[in-house]
Design a protein around this ligand. Structure first.
Ligand code: DAS
Length: 362
């Protein structure tokens, strides 16, 4: 049996070591070229855990920390250089105006840094659409901000959190997502913050943009956009929360057959600066409620006519004489999003005509 020439052995080892160092060097260079994405974790089901692998309801949200979320998806390292921050650890039904201001300020601080290319926010699904829209109106950067959640806890069979997180990071690291406003990415879909809404209490396809349409898909490690938001967002808005520590109190009263003025009077008495009336149909007002709405307006409370229906335009001077009552029509915003826009509008003006302009611009 021929033995390798004594001097050959070091050569082969050297060749192998050289190849490995080249591979490692290339890998390091490739990794260095990846975008820097910061994941801001706030809690929710995506950070939830259940007692068994078949527990898809009745689990506990907001139990898993951001480091474990990242560790659970090692593939993230292939699409971005990821850092994690635990901003909150809450179920999102407990999200507050104060949480929003803290989160938005942190987002703006990070995006102003040259070493941050994009941000992903992990969030409970219950108020995800609201946080996303708030950020859409106050983030002052064109860099991608992607809000992501999950409909199943990480302990469940076919949990959607890991792939949703992977897709969200991939999207936030992409060139395609730049300048598109705050995006919501779940279930392989890309939605605009303004129009997306949760449409099902528990199914994986819960997030939809009915009628107005989602922006695109994430498929095969790549985002595909087919639409753009027509309304102003991020750097093109007039809203600045950098010096704000509180937002004006705005509440929502829900319309239904046989409603009376009790709920409205209660929120006005509690100090609401604005009220969203989530009316039936095209924002209709029951006759029994109009005097209380009108009295509230005369007290200086801003009244916005929205609809509980979910889709369509609430037309100014349609189901009510907004000019005469000095009310604002919500356009296509659902009540919970109309509340957000009215809160921010009230940080700029109390003039109802100006606020109507704002509702037609954002
Ligand atoms: N309670 C829900 C929330 O935190 C759980 C979820 O769906 O994320 O919004």
């Amino acid at each position: 049996m021929s033995h390798p020439r004594p001097h050959a052995f070091p050569t082969r080892l050297m060749q192998a070591l050289l190849a490995c160092s080249l591979l490692l060097g290339n890998a390091a260079q490739a990794a260095e070229k990846l975008a820097h994405v910061t994941i801001l974790a706030t809690g929710g089901t995506i950070a939830g855990s259940g007692a068994t692998s078949t527990t898809t309801v009745g689990y506990t949200a907001a139990t898993v920390g951001v480091d474990r979320l990242i560790q659970a998806v090692p593939e993230l390292a292939k699409v971005a250089q990821v850092k994690g921050e635990q901003v909150f650890q809450i179920a999102s039904e407990n999200m507050s105006n104060e949480h929003w201001l803290t989160l938005a300020k942190r987002v703006n601080t990070l995006l102003a840094q040259p070493d941050v290319d994009g941000i992903v926010i992990t969030h409970g699904t219950d108020t995800l659409e609201e946080t996303a829209y708030f950020l859409d109106l106050v983030v002052k950067s064109r860099k991608p901000v992607v809000v992501v959640g999950a409909m199943r806890p990480g302990t469940a069979l076919s949990a959607d959190g890991p792939i949703n997180l992977y897709n969200a990071v991939l999207l936030a690291a992409s060139q395609e997502a730049i300048g598109k406003g705050v995006l919501v990415a779940l279930n392989d879909q890309i939605h605009a913050a303004r129009d997306v809404t949760k449409t099902n209490t528990s199914t994986l396809d819960s997030f939809k943009t009915p009628e107005l349409g989602m922006l695109g898909y994430i498929q095969g490690n790549k985002p595909y956009f087919y639409h753009l938001s027509a309304r102003q967002h991020t750097v093109d808005t007039e809203f600045d929360i950098s010096q704000l520590n509180i937002l004006p109190q705005v509440d929502i009263v829900y319309g239904y057959a046989n409603m009376g003025p009790a709920a409205l009077n209660a929120v006005v008495a509690a100090g609401a600066k604005g009220v969203i009336h989530a009316g039936v149909g095209d924002g209709s007002l029951a006759s029994k409620v109009v005097p209380a709405l009108s009295a509230a307006r005369k007290q200086g409370v801003l009244i916005v006519r929205a609809s509980r229906v979910g889709q369509g335009i609430v037309a100014r001077n349609g189901e009510a004489n907004d000019d005469e009552l000095d009310f604002v029509a919500a356009d296509t915003l659902n009540p919970q999003k109309a509340r957000i826009l009215l809160m921010l509008a009230l940080t700029r003006t109390t003039d109802s005509k100006e606020i109507q302009r704002i509702f037609y611009r954002y």
